[in-house]
Ligand binder design. Structure first.
Ligand code: FES
Ligand code: FES
Length: 158
């Protein structure tokens, strides 16, 4: 079937199988930030935005995205860099396997929640798993990143 999906602002028209997953469609078209983890909606590695809301691309048919807009990490480089500064400052960098999905959800949370509490952050990111490090450094970095505009200058701009 023919579909048209706008990815990071660029229209992609393709003829796809009815059962093709969005994850496979995106990787086929070179969006390698989108990672394949559990494939069972449990790890968050494959997170992208559908019309600016985070979804799991391993559980979404690309046919259902026909006529819609997808955003991947490749389309959010500037914001991702600003967030990476906070992660590095807390020594909380993660591997290239799990970090794209985490970053997509942190940036989505920033748009969706106003001044989230630690509990709200934990709930929002409950679906993003890391199999090797702890979560506390990341939580500190995320909290600082989300509160960076409170009380003056953006730390990343200094
Ligand atoms: S690969 Fe999609 S949630 Fe794990
Ligand atoms: S740092 Fe990537 S899975 Fe743990």
């Amino acid at each position: 079937m023919k579909i048209n999906i706008r990815v990071n602002g660029k229209m992609i028209s393709d003829d796809v199988a009815c059962d093709m997953l969005l994850l496979d469609f995106l990787r086929y078209h070179g969006f390698y930030s989108v990672k394949r983890g559990c494939e069972t909606s449990n790890c968050g590695l494959c997170t992208v935005w559908l019309d600016n809301k985070p979804i799991l691309s391993c559980s979404m048919l690309c046919a259902k995205c026909d006529g819609h807009e997808i955003t991947t990490l490749e389309g959010l480089k500037k914001d991702a860099e600003a967030f990476a500064y906070f992660m590095a400052n807390e020594g909380a960098e993660q591997c290239g396997f799990c970090s794209p999905g985490l970053i997509m959800n942190v940036l989505a949370m920033e748009k969706e929640l106003q001044h989230p509490t630690e509990e709200m952050i934990k709930n929002y990111l409950a679906g993003n798993l890391c199999r090797c490090t702890g979560y506390m450094g990341q939580l500190r970095a995320i909290t600082k990143y989300l509160n960076r505009h409170q009380g003056g200058k953006n730390e990343a701009d200094q």
